[in-house]
Design a protein around this ligand. Sequence first.
Ligand code: SAM
Ligand code: SF4
Length: 432
Amino acid sequence: MNISDSERVASVLENLKYESTPDIKEADLVVVTMCSVRQTAVDRVHGLIPKFKEIKKINKNLKTILTGCVLKKDKKIFTKNFDCVIDTKDIKKLPKILRTDLVQKVRYRVLFAPGSYLDITPKYSNKFSANMPIMTGCNNFCSYCVVPYAREKEISRPAEEIVCEIKNLIKNNYKEIWLLGQNVNSYEDVSCMCDRTHKNIVINFPKLLKIINNIPGDFWIRFTSSHPKDFSEELIRTMAKCKKYKPYLNLPLQSGDDKILKKMNRPYTAAQYKNLIKKIRKAMPDIALSTDIIVGFPGETKKQFENTAKLFKDIKFDMAYINKYSPRSGTVAEKLKNNVSKEEKNRREKVLTEILKTTALSHNKKIIGKEITVLIDSQKNNLLFGKSEQYKTVKINIQHPTLKNRHLVGKFVKVKATDALSWSLKGELINE
Ligand code: SAM
Ligand code: SF4
């Protein structure tokens, strides 16, 4: 989402004929798009301030703007250290702000990838894989999370606009479309016209997925992030039917203990989550599954963590984002005692990482010897790197001399998987 915000800022600035520079020392304007989900991300923005002060001693014209997910309490502090702090929904107003408040210089740098602005056509930073927000905001209020405060209520973009943007990307040879949203599966476009029975047509996420899948072209569809409560039978059926949707899913569990899930305000039990995974795997046997876990939530006992570890082992994930709980200002959990020590959080993270190493490796080993399709994202001498349909990192050896000089970045290639590690696969290019 933050990458996507940055791409929209870049688009507005390029329309003003500003010129991008990779070096902030050369820039006259720096726009930081920040993330507030974890304190470490906020700390990184604080860490930039001394750097800006140093550069301002040499370049007195440098102006700094902060946008993205900024919490109210942080806004007060950052207003003192940035020339301007703006909401993401006001990105469209940048031209006005730049003309009135700030100098007219033309080299800029959008730093950091940590509503209505969504209809700005972004300057995509990648030439073959596009991050496309289809909704923003969150109505769920998980007790630990700042997103509902920082991004406010859910808003979905009109389906027509999304389809138009994707068609354009496909015309420009894009091969992968990521549909993004804090709760991407609760997408709902109610703005569609009435049908013949004078009923309003509502386009929910499964319907949108079907529509996108029917757009002609050779491309992959992926989406993130999902909430288990939005995973309906209709969605599972649709994912299984849509050929362009590729078999990788991140479905955040957060905890495998029912009491902790309740304290987190997550409306499901460990057994319900497990059952949901069973249904997903039944409909799509080759799907690669990843999840998000928070270790050390206030009051999480060793026994409760063991329940998470047990479920984590049972499900056998391909990948996971294991987060150590960090108290966020304004959330319900902030009022609870953050009583799991840093050392214990580190230990719990390590336990899950060790389980993941084993389960991921066992999934990857099953791929050895198979022919897989890979979207290449970089090339170095005789090596290619890319992602498989299951979103696994693949390192490929180019052995055939005729293939060495072909430019394969942004292309689909056929690969024979030859070896498996926990976090990646190795393979050889198949000469077609
Ligand atoms: N909407 C998704 C869901 O329902 O699970 C997740 C989106 S959230 C922005 C990304 C991840 O950040 C969460 O899944 C959670 O694991 C992590 N996260 C959010 N708040 C956190 C906190 N206070 N401490 C640690 N991790 C946190
Ligand atoms: Fe945060 Fe996701 Fe919960 Fe919304 S559903 S509050 S984004 S963790």
